[in-house]
Design a protein around this ligand. Structure first.
Ligand SMILES: [Fe+2]
Length: 338
């Protein structure tokens, strides 16, 4: 099999951090490349691709021969990581499964903006890796912004050190009211049955109990669930600390007919967040955002421990696919209070 010709390239508005470039971009130069050549190349470069994604936060593969959910599945599969299926996750987004590894990124309507977050950091079960691929780029808008969480934490510490210390000491608790059936009008409309993988209230309570949640049944067969205290800051194996949580998304975006941001998040001991500091964190995330402007066929590897992601609103048709993979070993520890 002929090998692919792949070069690292620079793209507009790419960010530089010491030895690292964000995102790392690799372009396939072979017009006649096919999927078999691409998967073979990814297999042989898997450890470098993942190491680069960890160092830099994200690796964009551009102009690779990827044109369907099946192609994307094959590329992700070539990295040889354990699949993290959406069905088994506690994600609150409504998604449609397309292949064993691939699902739609979020079925929320185009006008809904999704704010910065680490995937599933509002639950005790989260994937190490998140992959995106663009099937159809939106006519207008629809970028996937990404943001280096280690850089954000450093800057937040410089301006709101007390808040960061409180986050480390107390952690965060998230509350979400889940509907009885999927609500496609919400970015967080997944039903409690689907979220918890259960068919009855008894099974739901048993699953929540094992996960350390508290809960309450509310009107219209909705379930209000509150997580145990989860870490807000995590230390990676290489010594970097990251703002690993869903604080920004919960504060800015967790609103629908059942949920209000002010009730969605608090510290682990139930005390409210310092809203001025939260606004600084939101501001920083926008200053540090790199808006990934999709081209059909793009594939992105994001280290979910290093970079946050979001979604800009859009018009027209946009199809962005996602896939998740677990970590092999527990490579990080929550930062302990001093
Ligand atoms: Fe996400």
């Amino acid at each position: 099999m002929t090998s692919l010709s792949v070069d690292q390239i620079r793209i507009e508005k790419q960010q530089d951090y010491n030895e690292s470039v964000f995102p790392h971009v690799l372009r396939c130069n072979d017009q006649g490349a096919n999927l078999a050549m691409a998967t073979d190349w990814v297999k042989r470069h898997a450890s470098d691709l993942l190491a680069n994604a960890t160092r830099d936060g994200a690796v964009l593969l551009r102009d690779f021969p990827v044109s369907s959910a099946e192609d994307f599945d094959a590329i992700v599969d070539s990295l040889d990581l354990p699949n993290f299926p959406y069905e088994k996750s506690l994600s609150n987004a409504v998604r449609i499964t397309r292949t064993p590894r691939v699902f739609s990124a979020n079925e929320a309507p185009p006008e809904v903006q999704i704010f910065f977050h680490h995937e599933m950091a509002q639950t005790p079960l989260y994937p190490r890796w998140i992959f995106f691929s663009c099937e159809i780029a939106a006519e207008k808008g629809g970028a996937t912004p990404i943001c280096r969480s280690d850089v954000l934490l450093e800057k937040l510490r410089a301006s709101c050190s007390e808040f960061v210390t409180t986050c480390i000491q107390k952690g965060l608790r998230y509350t979400n009211v889940m509907p009885s059936d999927n609500d496609a009008n919400s970015g967080m409309g997944r039903s409690w049955k689907s979220t918890l993988g259960v068919a009855s209230r008894e099974e739901a309570e048993s699953r929540l109990g094992k996960l350390g949640y508290s809960w309450k049944w509310v009107d219209n067969d909705c379930l209000k669930a509150t997580t145990p205290a989860l870490p807000a800051v995590i230390e990676l194996a290489d010594g970097r600390s990251v703002f690993f949580n869903q604080l920004i998304a919960a504060f800015c975006g967790w609103k629908d007919s059942r949920n209000a941001p002010s009730k969605s998040i608090c510290h682990g001991d139930g005390t409210p967040l310092d809203t001025d500091a939260v606004r600084v964190a939101i501001e920083l995330s926008e200053q540090l955002a790199f808006d990934l402007q999709w081209q059909a066929g793009d594939v992105v590897i994001v280290d979910n421990m290093v970079a946050m992601h979001a979604r800009r609103s859009f018009s027209g048709t946009r199809k962005v696919l996602a896939s998740l993979a677990s970590m092999e070993i527990n490579e990080f520890t929550p930062v302990q209070a001093e």
